[in-house]
Design a protein around this ligand. Sequence first.
Ligand SMILES: [Zn+2]
Length: 162
Amino acid sequence: MTALAADYFAVPDPADPGRITYWRRTSGTLKPWPAKARYGPVLYRTDLPAGLDAQQRQQWAADWYRENAHPWHDRVRAAIDSAPDECAARFAAFTTRCRQCGKLLHDPASKAYGVGPDCRDGWPEAVLALAAEAVGRAHAAVPQPGDHPAGAVAGAAPTTNH
Ligand SMILES: [Zn+2]
């Protein structure tokens, strides 16, 4: 399958596959989407053992992240690297946003491709067909309409539209 460029991805939480996490790749770095979202294991101050001095706390936290958060993030990256089209189509299907630029999709064709008219300009028919097929698969994979996560992310919308 042709690997299409994409900047936005949706990936099931490696530790909780019933939950989807959303990502934006900028300059090769994956960041949670929307910007204020936090996914994966998080260490809270109250989780730190009592009686450590500042340097020990720092070391304890660094070890915790290396053992818990880093492997989780590695699994997210691996999921995207192994199936970028699938993860990009899932993002578009769940958020009705362009998988390339993140802007809201309006016309039915754009929603079916998961890509806005500007971003898919020049794409060959075969590539568009693959994009639509991937969106269809993402839609079919939604377990229940009630679990559709679009409502959870609807509040943090860029102001520009396709
Ligand atoms: Zn776009």
